[in-house]
Design a protein around this ligand. Sequence first.
Ligand code: FES
Length: 105
Amino acid sequence: MEIKITVLDRSGDKKIISGPTDINLNLMELLKIHKYPVEGTCGGMALCASCHVYIKSDHTLPDLTPSEQAMLDDNWDSKPNSRLACQIGISKDIHLLNIEIAPES
Ligand code: FES
């Protein structure tokens, strides 16, 4: 299945991107594929926070892991709706997700 995600970037541009659910991508990788300035420095290990996003829709997402929680606790841009995009798999559960890319930390 191909899902759609609405992305608001750091310059205020909003776009709808799409991604396949069958090749084990995470949201950080999908944002990189679509050329968003999300570095993913740690390779998706929840250790760098360069993939920090704000979730603006009310989807049910996987629980935060302790390392994701620790990274977000240490980030002064964190909000209650913060997540690390590398910890969110591209699946049908996040179809029509709405996110904003957090400021560079
Ligand atoms: S890519 Fe490093 S925390 Fe997500």
